[in-house]
Write a protein that binds this ligand. Structure first.
Ligand code: NAD
Length: 361
């Protein structure tokens, strides 16, 4: 298979960690008989330096012509970088917001995986985390409270602010389908999270999710109120497979879930649209404090590349091979500095990439 991949190396540690992910993808290609065609795209600070803007129309068009985009992180140090002297619409992050909108990326996926080998980094008690956990948070990204009408007015001499939370059934249906599709590739359980005891938008959410569930008889659906879910994530994280939820609940719960896994350098993410297209990137930022030192953890980006193979190209075996190689490297005790602990062997970014690529089978 020929994989037509757009690559946004980005700023800071972006180029270092994306280079390692491409190395692993190339090895997967060699082992399984695929070719990776990369189109280099500029975004963020790197694009400002060349074009004066964080994202050009040409780059958007080039990204749209790819099957998927793998991205490092964009942005610099807000205090020292000249990019932040520009008006907000010309700064690096504006490129990210625009590309998400242009590509209609409405579904955000964030896996929260606790590897048994890294359980020391998890703030939960060992009896809760024994054996690790592996969940996927699917968050609706383009609707709900963050995109509803808002205003602040004075009413009878009292300042009053309004934010509206709106979802229509089509928006709910398309994210729910995505959630069930992903559950079919995993342990076939969906926990739909809402606040249906209070909110109309949640009652519609629940009704539409139940309709969609009928198309997926192999998937077990449960409903959970968001406040209970926040508790269950720290009480018994192993119970979750796919958590399906709306924008604001997902924003909060995905951060909570990622914190219980430990290191930011391990957290992959993906944003998908209605087709197989997706933008795959680590959850962390461009880490200007360690950029250029060759010490960044490339694993989140490598795991994002695995997600790309699984969700944009349906190459599940190949994605499994990457995930197993990551597990093996951790099991053998190799660590970048951010996940280093006593008795383990510290390696740099490049060595970590080489080890993972070398373990692709
Ligand atoms: P950050 O995630 O870049 O860094 C936070 C801390 O985590 C730092 O100490 C950093 O060294 C560490 N870290 C992050 N990724 C790491 C990795 N792979 N390996 C080892 N350590 C890692 O967050 P920040 O400092 O708040 O933001 C820095 C810049 O990144 C800002 O310009 C911000 O706007 C941008 N940012 C971009 C994205 C994105 O591109 N999607 C996301 C978040 C932040």
């Amino acid at each position: 298979m020929n994989l037509n991949i757009g690559v946004i190396k980005g700023d800071g540690i972006g180029p270092e960690i994306v280079t390692e992910a491409m190395k692993v993808l190339d090895q997967v290609g060699k082992t399984y008989g695929h070719t990776c065609d990369y189109t280099q795209l500029l975004m963020g600070g790197a694009s400002i330096d060349v074009h004066g803007v964080p994202l050009t129309d040409e780059t958007v068009a080039a990204a749209k012509s790819c099957d998927a985009v793998l991205m490092g992180s964009i942005g610099g140090d807000a205090k020292t970088s000249p990019w932040y002297q520009l008006e907000p619409s010309k700064r690096p992050e504006a490129g990210l917001l625009r590309i998400r909108k242009e590509l209609n990326l409405f579904a955000n996926l964030r896996p929260a995986v606790l590897y048994d080998e890294l359980k020391g980094a998890c703030p939960l008690k060992e009896e809760i985390t024994k054996g690790g956990f592996d969940m996927m948070i699917m968050r609706e990204l383009t609707g709900g409270l963050y995109f509803g009408e808002r205003r602040t007015v004075e009413e009878n001499g009292v300042m009053t602010a309004y934010d509206s939370l709106t979802y229509n059934e089509e928006e709910i249906r398309r994210i729910a389908k995505r959630g069930f599709d992903i559950a079919m590739k995993r342990r076939k359980k969906v926990t739909s999270v809402d606040k249906a005891n209070v909110l109309d938008s949640s009652r519609l959410w629940r009704k539409v999710v139940e309709e969609v569930a009928k198309e997926y008889p192999k998937v077990t659906l449960e409903h959970m109120l968001v406040d209970n879910c926040a508790m269950q994530l720290v009480k018994d994280p192993k119970q979750f497979d796919v958590i399906l939820t709306e924008n604001m609940f997902g924003d909060i719960l995905s951060d909570e879930a990622s914190m219980v896994t430990g290191s930011i350098g391990m957290l992959a993410s993906a944003s998908l649209n209605e087709t197989k297209f997706g933008l795959y990137e680590p959850s962390g930022g461009s880490a200007p404090d360690i950029a250029g030192k060759g010490i960044a953890n490339p694993i989140a980006t490598i795991l994002s590349a695995a997600m790309m193979l699984r969700f944009s190209f349906d190459l599940d075996k190949e994605a499994d091979a990457i995930e197993q190689a990551v597990s093996r490297v951790l099991k053998e005790g190799y660590r970048t500095i951010d996940i280093m602990s006593e008795g383990k062997q510290q390696v740099d970014t490049e060595k970590m990439g080489n080890l993972i690529a070398g373990y692709i089978k």
